[in-house]
Ligand binder design. Structure first.
Ligand SMILES: Nc1ncnc2c1ncn2[C@@H]1O[C@H](COP(=O)(O)OP(=O)(O)O)[C@@H](O)[C@H]1O
Ligand SMILES: [Mg+2]
Length: 272
């Protein structure tokens, strides 16, 4: 469990990135922070692994303040996936994945063996193991980024717009893969995105942010879709978009679902 307790962050020259933010990320759940660029998402995420220290307030992991103890050790037990992979360019894929386990004391041989298993887990063939990051597609690099984050078997995964730089079809594949992985692994995932559809697909819980990390609404995707808290949320989630405002019409005894432009998009199952 990750707890943010009334955290604020004022950067040099007085810019307030986050103001009085409080949130609980329950264990084994995926919580998605979604907000526009500059709303404070990255700042909040980096408070968890101490790449940013809050100006006030605390962040706790399983009831222990992250500021107790060594930040390097802390980071080695938290998986972190960035938008641009963050892979080491001069190391092979397998070395990239094995780096942290080796630092943690796993033998090189074992770490390489485990890395091949992780590649398979994220849907890559072991053929890519000996390549360098630049020899992979954007989507493959992000898969390696996820494998690397999983390598030390952390309880917590921080994912900062990890699929933001890949095209929509690959993005969808990566999202599906993450859902599959999470069903198996049950990590505590804090995921950041500016894409509300991604947030709704991946989040057990979604936190919609305004500027300065102010929470506009927090809830399951269903709750937010059903009852947007205000006009800001309504606008942010695109409540008026035609694919969000569905109606049904009866055709030969079946209920056909129709979008806001009158286009048929599906059929209600019997009993639904
Ligand atoms: N190192 C920094 N120094 C000064 N201001 C920063 C720094 N990092 C972020 N900010 C500012 O803090 C605000 C929140 O930034 P960030 O957390 O990166 O938002 P997001 O990830 O939602 O785009 C922005 O206004 C940004 O310009
Ligand atoms: Mg960011």
């Amino acid at each position: 469990m990750i707890q943010f307790e009334q955290v604020s962050k004022v950067y040099a020259r007085g810019s307030v990135a986050v103001e009085d933010f409080t949130l609980v990320v329950p264990s084994h759940r995926t919580v998605v922070l979604v907000g526009s660029s500059g709303s404070g998402k990255t700042t909040l995420m980096r408070m968890v692994n101490r790449m940013v220290d809050p100006t006030s307030g605390r962040v706790l992991i399983d009831d222990v303040d992250v500021r107790e103890g060594d930040p390097v050790k802390l980071r080695r037990r938290i998986g972190y996936v960035l938008q641009q992979g963050g892979l080491l360019p001069h190391r092979t894929v397998v070395d990239n994945i094995a780096t942290v386990p080796v630092l943690n004391g796993t033998s090189r041989r074992q770490a390489h063996h485990d890395a091949l298993g992780l590649l398979e887990r994220v849907g890559l063939s072991s053929e890519v193991a000996k390549r360098y990051p630049a020899q992979l597609s954007g989507g493959q690099q992000q898969r390696v980024g996820v494998a690397r984050a999983l390598a030390s078997d952390p309880n917590i995964l921080l994912m900062d717009e990890p699929f933001g730089a890949v095209d929509p079809i690959v993005r969808r594949d990566l999202q599906d893969e993450l859902l599959r992985l999470q069903a198996d692994l049950g990590k505590t995932i804090l995921f950041v995105t500016h894409d509300i559809d991604e947030a709704f697909r991946l989040g057990d819980e979604v936190v919609v942010l305004r500027e300065r990390g102010q929470i506009a609404q927090q809830g399951t995707p269903e709750q937010i879709l059903a009852h947007p808290a205000d006009d800001f949320v309504r606008h942010f989630i695109g409540a008026d978009r035609s694919e969000r405002s569905l109606t049904t019409t009866r055709v030969d005894g079946r209920l056909v679902v129709v979008d806001g432009q009158g286009r048929p998009v599906g059929v209600m199952r019997d009993g639904a």
